[in-house]
Design a protein around this ligand. Structure first.
Ligand SMILES: Nc1ncnc2c1ncn2[C@@H]1O[C@H](COP(=O)(O)OP(=O)(O)O)[C@@H](O)[C@H]1O
Ligand SMILES: CC(=O)OP(=O)(O)O
Ligand SMILES: [Mg+2]
Length: 413
């Protein structure tokens, strides 16, 4: 039997999401999440969907680091007869957030590839270190298997220079590779393709604005299947208001804080990446909690919501102008898929642009891609659940399934 399973690891700063899939039909064999890694209250939630396991299992209690988290995941899979030692496992696919300009496609991980991912740590300090630990741990568990990196930045490498460059001194920018890279690309690619499917058209024929609103959040303008602009920049800090990140601010705020408030470089980094966004504005970064507080009349929660939505609306307008013609505005990720009030507020007042939501359609909760604008609307407003793990598994399997070359290396090595 040829190996057809792929394990996908999406390692975040304090969490690991994972899925084991069978690529013969794309079915999931197990899914899970380890959260609050490094805290006393770590939690692993594992759901076997095949094998010997039955039903969702939870473990709570301290999980010290990503290596310990992956060990626990491996134990859970083994318990279900889906262990990493299985000969059916073809590869392990890793989400890697920053790939710079070098990686425009999924890549089999070699020592040189690892060195490049490490070199990019300063521009993705919350993400690349966790991705690296995930890769190293997986390599230690299955040194014989191809490990594949699927980069968040890859989809955005098609951006034209005028969208990717900052208007700063060219020599300085080039010397330090300062430009806009963009992130969440696997999600933007998957969701824009699915949106075309939902409209019943070929991806080459549609222009869409994708709003990926999770804890991290980004917008992208996709013309005929290619990214032409996106809201994140050199790092995943630029753009929309996020759970804990500020998104766009005047960069002078940073020197002002250093000069006037006596903050260090690291203090400002932590402020903008971890203590800003929704959490900085109102103390909560979970949109469910913010909506609950708004319903109780809480003013700081309301203002946080208004700032979040105002920024979103500005990007919709900007990308409308960038694309010229828009076929759909598509919401995805935790907030985009679940928070109907965010979708409604983001397009409120944009009727002249052809953007309206149907209140009843927008209120429907579903895991399926769906249109939430009325039939007659000029531009579709859609909700398309993202599936970064499935997309990573597909790209990983496509690379390793192409077979080894003459030297016995997997394709792409
Ligand atoms: N039912 C819901 N209603 C509103 N917001 C939700 C709901 N479920 C999840 N969210 C939001 O989604 C966020 C997580 O999104 P997700 O895409 O899983 O983020 P990430 O992958 O960045 O961790 C939560 O912080 C919360 O704000
Ligand atoms: C790049 C990024 O912001 O990722 P996440 O949303 O997983 O934090
Ligand atoms: Mg995410």
């Amino acid at each position: 039997m040829t190996a057809s399973r792929v394990l996908v690891l999406n390692s975040g700063s304090s969490s690991v999401k994972y899925q084991l899939l069978d690529m013969r039909d794309g079915s999931r064999l197990a899914v899970g999440l380890v959260e609050r890694i490094g805290e006393e209250t770590s939690r692993l939630v594992h759901t076997p969907l095949a094998g010997d396991g039955a039903g969702k299992r939870e473990r709570t209690g301290p999980i010290a680091d990503h290596a310990a988290a992956l060990k626990a995941v491996a134990e859970e899979l083994t318990h279900d007869g889906l262990g990493l030692d299985s000969p059916e496992l073809a590869a392990i696919g890793h989400r890697v957030v920053h790939g710079g300009l070098k990686f425009t496609a999924p890549t089999v991980i070699t020592d040189e590839v690892m060195a490049e991912i490490e070199r990019l740590v300063p521009v993705a300090p919350l993400h690349n270190p966790a991705n690296i630990t995930g890769i190293r741990t997986a390599q230690a568990l299955r040194p014989d298997l191809p490990q594949v990196a699927v980069f968040d930045t890859a989809f955005h490498t098609t951006m034209p220079e005028y969208a990717a460059r900052y208007a700063i001194d060219v020599e300085t920018a080039d010397a330090h590779r300062i430009r806009r890279y963009g992130f969440h690309g696997t999600s933007h690619a998957y969701v824009s393709r699915k949106a075309a499917e939902l409209l019943g058209r070929a991806p080459e024929d549609v222009n869409v604005i994708v709003l990926h609103l999770g804890n991290g959040a980004s917008a992208s303008a996709v013309a005929g299947g290619r990214c032409v602009d996106t809201s994140m920049g050199l790092t995943p800090l630029e753009g929309l208001v996020m759970g804990t990140r500020s998104g766009d601010i005047d960069p002078a705020v940073t020197f002002h804080l250093k000069r006037v408030a006596g903050m260090s470089e690291d203090d400002v980094d932590v402020l903008l990446n971890k203590k800003s966004g929704l959490v900085g504005l109102c103390g909560d970064n979970d949109m469910r909690e913010i909506r609950r507080r708004i319903d109780e009349g809480d003013r700081s929660a309301r203002l946080a919501f208004e700032i979040y939505v105002h920024r979103l609306k500005k990007y919709i307008g900007a990308y409308y102008a960038v694309l010229g013609r828009v076929d759909a505005v598509v919401f995805t990720a935790g907030v985009g898929e679940n928070a109907a009030p965010v979708r409604e507020a983001a397009v409120a007042g944009l009727e002249e642009l052809g953007l309206v939501v149907d209140t009843d359609l927008n209120a429907v909760r579903s895991d399926e891609p769906r249109i939430v604008s009325p039939d007659h609307a000029r531009v579709a407003v859609a909700v398309v659940p993202t599936d970064e793990e499935l997309e990573i598994a597909r790209q990983t399997f496509a690379l390793v399934d192409a077979g080894p070359d003459d030297a016995g290396r997997p394709a792409g090595a």
